[in-house]
Design a binder for this molecule. Structure first.
Ligand code: NAD
Ligand code: MG
Length: 404
């Protein structure tokens, strides 16, 4: 008997953590009675062997690396496979623009902006993992989704949870959303100890297995800060309606509170294949290769208020939401520059928030995000300003790369 029609699929950021989980879901989907994935394009960056292997396995039409210098290597790795090779940022955007029914947007950072917009423009379903897209250019991105008649499905686990429990018919009675946060590896550390934290300590996330950069963001709670701004755009909220709650077990993925006092939560094992699989099967649900919750074994779920003194990222996010316009873009870009500086041991762990705060103060007030050009200009200005802040304070303190 004829099954459902094959679904044309593109995975942007196929070699990353979300990309790997997405390929896992696609592998599983091939035999589950739902649509059969037919891969159009897979994209990656430095991991050429991994990209080529995935492209061969899924018989992709096209594989693209963001790095133009690796083109020959990718072409060699794909020799005889029938998979087309391409390289460079423009080729990634072109891959995203190839007609597909379902596109996973999982490139990390602001590099995902243009490709994700291109995926939205063709009007299919965009499964969105790249939160920076909404943080930096939320208004523009949502306008493009609406213009193209595309479907946007949030994959970030918190936003996916809210999407699952938020009944559009009850949207007018929505009171608040509660984003849960694991608290990261430094949840119980003193500020003094945090100031000396190493990269190795910062990437040791207790619950989730993620890329290095998002793991550091999780330790500083800048990940949650981005998610506050992301939620604000996705669900059309006032800044005061976005709450954060530390929940060390990461089992409650987030909650929605209504005017009548009811709170609805979505729960599941901390495994991104949950949210990715939900976005793949939506609006239906099908079995997924994820662990079932055993409540008796869990026995308890803990919740506590976040500490904004040790985690100023949350306050900075609220201020950026209040400021609006390009403030989200500036926060994300300054954060990326500070994150890079921390990963290169040029600044200490707690300096990341200081650099972001100083950068935002110097760039305020923020204009609306009129077009992508304005977003890229602010992104560049904020990175440059953050580097200037790092150079200035580093030179002043001269204490071997770790600021006071
Ligand atoms: P990752 O670092 O593991 O993978 C990033 C992917 O982007 C890779 O495929 C890499 O090749 C590609 N990439 C990197 N630089 C690029 C560039 N300049 N141009 C084009 N492609 C480039 O990251 P990840 O953890 O998979 O996260 C991906 C996105 O999903 C991020 O925006 C992250 O915030 C979001 N997210 C991740 C998780 C998670 O659990 N990992 C959860 C929620 C949201
Ligand atoms: Mg998340």
């Amino acid at each position: 008997p004829a099954g459902p029609a094959p679904r044309r699929v593109t995975v942007l950021g196929a070699t990353g953590s979300i990309g790997a989980s997405t390929l896992d879901i696609l592998r599983h989907a091939a035999g589950d009675g739902g649509p059969v994935p037919q891969v159009v394009a897979l994209t990656g960056n430095g991991n050429i062997a991994g990209l080529a292997a995935a492209a061969r396995e899924f018989r992709a039409e096209l594989a693209v690396t963001a790095d133009p210098a690796r083109y020959a290597e990718l072409k060699d790795a794909l020799a005889g496979s029938g998979v087309e090779a391409a390289a460079g940022p423009d080729a990634i955007v072109e891959a995203a623009a190839r007609p597909a029914d379902w596109c996973m947007a999982a490139i990390v950072g602001a590099a995902g902006l243009a490709p994700t917009l291109a995926a939205a423009a063709q009007g299919g379903t965009v499964a969105l993992a790249n939160k920076e897209c909404l943080v930096s250019a939320g208004d523009l991105f949502l306008a493009e989704i609406a213009r193209a008649g595309a479907t946007l499905l949030p994959v970030d686990s918190e936003h996916n949870a809210i999407f699952q429990v938020l009944d559009p018919a009850q949207r007018p009675a929505l009171d608040r959303i509660i984003l849960t946060a694991s608290g990261g590896p430094f949840r119980d550390w003193s500020a003094d100890r945090m100031s000396r934290a190493t990269l190795r300590e910062a990437v040791a996330h207790p619950n989730w297995d993620m890329g290095a950069r998002i793991s550091v963001d999780s330790a500083s709670m800048f990940n949650k800060a981005l998610e506050m701004i992301e939620a604000r755009h996705l669900f059309g909220l006032a800044p005061s309606q976005v709450e954060v709650l530390v929940h060390p077990q990461s089992v409650v993925h987030s909650m929605v509170g209504y005017a009548d006092g009811s709170v609805l939560a979505q729960l599941g094992a901390p495994d991104m294949r949950h949210a990715i699989g939900y976005a793949w099967n939506w609006p239906e649900r099908r079995a997924l290769p994820v662990e079932r919750l055993d409540f008796a074994a869990l026995s308890r779920l803990d919740f506590l208020a976040p500490d904004e003194t040790r985690f100023p990222a949350l306050r900075l996010a609220r201020e950026a939401m209040e400021a609006g316009g390009l403030a989200g873009c500036a926060l994300n870009a300054a954060k990326e520059a500070a994150l890079e500086a921390f990963m290169e041991a040029r600044i200490g762990f707690l300096d990341m928030a200081r650099v972001v705060e100083a950068t935002l103060a110097r760039l305020a007030p923020f204009a609306p995000a009129r077009d992508l050009g304005a977003v890229f200009a602010m992104d560049e200005a904020a990175r440059a300003e953050a580097e200037a802040v790092i150079a200035r304070d580093h030179a002043r303190l001269g204490n071997g790369g770790v600021l006071a």
